[in-house]
Design a protein around this ligand. Structure first.
Ligand code: C2E
Ligand code: MG
Ligand code: MG
Length: 836
């Protein structure tokens, strides 16, 4: 889950939960207070109604008292003369009543009743039939009777209207002083009564917003005295209605009427009358719900506004900085530059940015170090082999894009090995550094052809290792330009290099391969430049060669030969031939030289001159030499077992092999294995191998000689041909190369050959002349006292079967000679005896 989803998951509940809780609490609180408020307001309304009722009662009582104190009324009631009452008193009295009614029009009926219930006077201010002139059986009069005609108020049905009305009455007790003493109780003379519409006093509907509430006036028996505008509900549940008056006064309570929840409150008006209100819960709830909705809406809006705001804030303050850090971190490894982020805050994220920046710098620095170690040559600071390959691939791609030629120059110093071997590695290293500097200076020279841009130089000039350097020359118009640069480099390195007052002439050979003509891949281009460099070496060093496809063919040929040779070495697919070596004077067979032959199934007969140098290069010479050694010894043993004792075979060994520490043990073990003595073999080693040879080779030669194995210096005359160094070499035989022998006729050669033989004899060395083909040469060699000869004049190298035939002939010849000698000796002795 992404961080912003997580934050949203955390933040939204965090905002929503308190907001909803606060909203709910507020809603409940508001609901409660709204209910309380509503109840208070309704109660106040009810109290106002009660007061209104009381006011109406009091004003009626006040008016009645005024009327009662009026002497006219007293006269009227005390007069026993009906006529007088009707004629004289009635009219003014009615006027009085009319005045009272005029003062308060709500008194729609003002009456004077007589104790028997008959109406003496009646004044109404509306069109109202007087249905009940006799009141004695009306509920109002019954109430008067019950209350013993006290001053009272009564709410009941007015029979004249059939509607509920408030009857306020005042009984009038008067004593006729003429015949009634003070001590007697004044008798009831009449009852003054004022009638008012109760529904005008007690409005059954409350004003807005409480019009839904019912107001009911009921008597002490619970009978409703006011009309019920919403009476359907109540009328349908008379039981509930009857029970209203039973509830405690002045207290709200809930009750269910016909399944509707109602809030009920009773306020007593007097001991007989109660004022009830019934408030359906629904409007009350509706108000609360409105409040709830408002709270809900407010919470929702708060959520809608605050959540995105908070998320926006979190995004800006946390997510974006983290995202940019994340992005920077993922780029950190790939980017070659120092990545630095801008610190925009002082908080932990700001600290993180600072840490990141520090880390980025450290990483960049350590990357630089690693890059330096991985890609740069520690000695010269030039790109190494790895970086060279990378740069080459890039340069090839660029060349493909711009369609220009690219030249790869492969340099190999000519005499570096010599310096390194003779002067030691520290001097060699300094030499390489100077060579690198010189080459850099040379390639920088921007006034010459094939110059390399300063920026490109580091990418185009590399040291592959040892004394091998490469130069890439991009954007060439013609191959000729590469040759110009190569010439310049050769000329520059032909100048001596001075180290510690020593002057070194290193020189260089350069191979040039061109892209896209000389290869189809980077690898092939390198290998072709390398090949061209070898070609330059073969051409006498200190020159350059372009790669040619003939060269490529040779290289492929060489690769094929190497592959076949490897296979032949694995299966020992060789055989040996033996060339006899004769005594120069007596032409007696002295020994054989073992020469290897390889007849390959695909390549046919391959001459040793072709495959031995290759085997020396690739190391196959070690197993091949061991095979030759073993096979020669096996063959000698076979011949010895056939009765040919005292045979000696010369074995050709390479200088590299003879430099190995284990070669002495191997030769010893081989002799031992085939039960041969050290006199049965001798070792042939080329003159160049001895010259190049290191100390270990010389040591090994000494060891061989100590074992009794003779050492022959082969092909003398092809190397330095210096006679003076011969005296220091641990050798026994000098084999003069066939090329020398075959040029005896040439000027001075016979003199040189003569001196070589004389000198060799002086050093105690035996001399073998190789490649003797001519009788004249043999005669010359005899004259010069050469010891042994080897050549086609006597025999070609022979397979073992022919060699043994030769041996047989030799034995027969020896036997014949021995017999002849014996005969001659015996003849001599018989011839001599008769001599005097
Ligand atoms: P090398 O050791 O100097 O052997 C003498 C070479 O001269 C032989 O060539 C031989 O056949 C040739 N030869 C002998 N007499 C005449 C002659 O009158 N005229 C001419 N033109 N050539 C003559 P081969 O057998 O072809 O060997 C060539 C070289 O290969 C040898 O020269 C030797 O250096 C090397 N080689 C041969 N066999 C072995 C071997 O078993 N081990 C090693 N390490 N090198 C071997
Ligand atoms: Mg030889
Ligand atoms: Mg030789």
């Amino acid at each position: 889950m992404r961080l912003n989803s997580k934050i949203a998951l955390v933040v939204i509940p965090l905002i929503a939960l308190p907001l909803t809780s606060v909203g709910t609490l507020a809603y409940l609180e508001l609901w409660k207070s709204s209910e309380t408020q509503s109840r208070i307001q309704i109660k106040t309304q009810l109290q106002q109604l009660a007061e209104r009722y009381q006011t109406h009662v009091r004003s009626a009582q006040f008016a009645l008292k005024n009327l009662a104190n009026d002497t006219l009324l007293k006269d009227y009631l005390l007069s026993e003369d009906q006529k007088e009452r009707d004629t004289r008193l009635q009219r003014p009295l009615l006027n009085k009543l009319a005045n009272t009614q005029a003062a308060n029009p709500d008194f729609y009926e003002v009456r004077l009743l007589l104790p028997d219930g008959s109406e003496a006077l009646r004044l109404v201010n509306r069109n109202l039939l007087n249905i009940t002139k006799e009141e004695f059986n009306t509920p109002f009069f019954s109430h008067l009777s019950e209350t013993q005609f006290e001053s009272s108020e009564f709410v009941g049905i007015n029979p004249d209207t059939g509607l509920s009305a408030l009857f306020v009455s005042l009984p009038i007790y008067l004593r006729n002083s003429t015949y009634q003493p003070f001590t007697t109780q004044a008798p009831l003379r009449g009852i003054l009564s004022i009638t008012q519409d109760i529904d005008k006093i007690i409005n059954p509907r409350l004003p807005e917003p409480w019009e839904g509430a019912l107001v009911i006036l009921s008597n002490s028996q619970g009978q409703p005295l006011t009309p019920l505008p919403h009476s359907n509900l109540i009328a349908m549940d008379p039981q509930a209605l009857a029970s209203l008056h039973l509830h405690p006064k002045d207290q709200w309570r809930k009750m269910v009427i016909n399944g509707v929840v109602m809030h009920h409150l009773t306020i007593p008006l007097n001991k007989d009358l109660n004022l009830h209100t019934l408030l359906p819960e629904q409007p009350l709830l509706a108000a609360s719900q409105r409040v709830g909705m408002i709270v809900l809406l407010t919470t929702g809006i708060a959520l809608l506004v605050s959540t995105p705001l908070l998320l926006l804030l979190l995004r800006r303050q946390i997510l974006l900085p983290i995202a940019s850090l994340n992005c920077a971190l993922s780029n950190l490894g790939e980017n070659q530059n120092r990545l630095q982020l801008e610190r925009s805050s002082d908080d932990e994220i700001g600290e993180l940015v600072t840490t990141f920046n520090r880390m980025s710098i450290e990483l960049y620095d350590s990357n630089e170090k690693i890059r330096h170690l991985a890609y740069l040559d520690s000695l010269t600071g030039l790109p190494n082999r790895v970086l060279f390959r990378r740069n080459l691939k890039r340069a090839l791609a660029a060349s493909d894009r711009d369609g220009k030629l690219l030249a790869l120059l492969f340099l190999d110093l000519d005499n570096f090995k010599h310096v390194n071997d003779n002067m030691g590695h520290p001097v060699g290293d300094r030499l390489l550094q100077q060579v690198a500097h010189r080459l850099l200076d040379n390639l920088r020279a921007d006034d010459q052809a094939g110059r390399i841009d300063h920026d490109d130089l580091n990418a185009n000039f590399s040291r592959l290792g040892g004394d091998e350097f490469t130069v890439l020359l991009p954007h060439l118009d013609s191959p000729h330009q590469a040759g110009q640069v190569a010439e310049r480099i050769i000329a520059s390195l032909a100048q001596p290099i001075c180290i510690d007052s020593h002057q070194f002439f290193v020189g260089t050979s350069i191979g040039i391969a061109l892209w896209p003509d000389d290869g189809i891949s980077a690898e092939q281009l390198i290998s072709h430049a390398d090949l061209a460099m070898y070609q330059a070496k073969n051409q006498g060093k200190n020159n350059f060669q372009y790669f040619s496809h003939t060269l490529g063919e040779q290289s492929r040929e060489r690769a094929r030969l190497e592959q076949r040779l490897r296979r032949a070495t694995e299966s020992n697919d060789f055989n040996l031939v033996y060339q006899p070596i004769y005594d120069c004077h007596r032409q007696q067979l002295l020994s054989f030289e073992a020469l290897i032959r390889w007849n390959d199934v695909t390549l046919g007969n391959v001459a040793p001159d072709r495959f031995i140098p290759l085997a020396e290069e690739n190391g196959l010479i070690f197993p091949i030499s061991l095979w030759v050694l073993n096979e020669s010894c096996r063959q000698i043993r076979e011949w010895q077992d056939a009765g040919y004792d005292n045979l000696q075979v010369g074995i050709n060994l390479s200088g590299a092999h003879l430099s190995q520490p284990e070669i002495i043990t191997e030769i010893d073990w081989c002799l031992h294995r085939h039960r041969l003595s050290s006199k049965n073999i001798y070792v042939e080693l080329t003159e160049t191998a001895v010259i190049k040879g290191k100390q270990r080779l010389i040591e090994n030669l000494n060891k061989l000689r100590k074992m009794g194995i003779k050492v022959a210096l082969d092909d003398f005359g092809t190397g330095y041909s210096s006679l003076s160094y011969l005296q220091n070499l641990p050798i026994d035989i000098l084999k003069i190369d066939s090329s020398f022998i075959q040029s005896i006729g040439e000027q001075n050669h016979s003199i040189i050959l003569s001196s070589i033989i004389t000198m060799a004899h002086a050093l105690g060395l035996q001399v073998i002349a190789e490649g003797v083909e001519e009788e004249a040469d043999l005669q010359f060699l005899r004259t010069e006292d050469c010891d042994m000869i080897q050549g086609y004049l006597f025999s070609h190298p022979l397979p073992p079967a022919q060699a043994i035939a030769l041996l047989t002939r030799k034995r027969l010849a020896d036997q014949a000679i021995a017999a002849r000698l014996a005969t001659e000796r015996s003849r001599c002795s018989s011839d001599a005896s008769p001599l005097p």
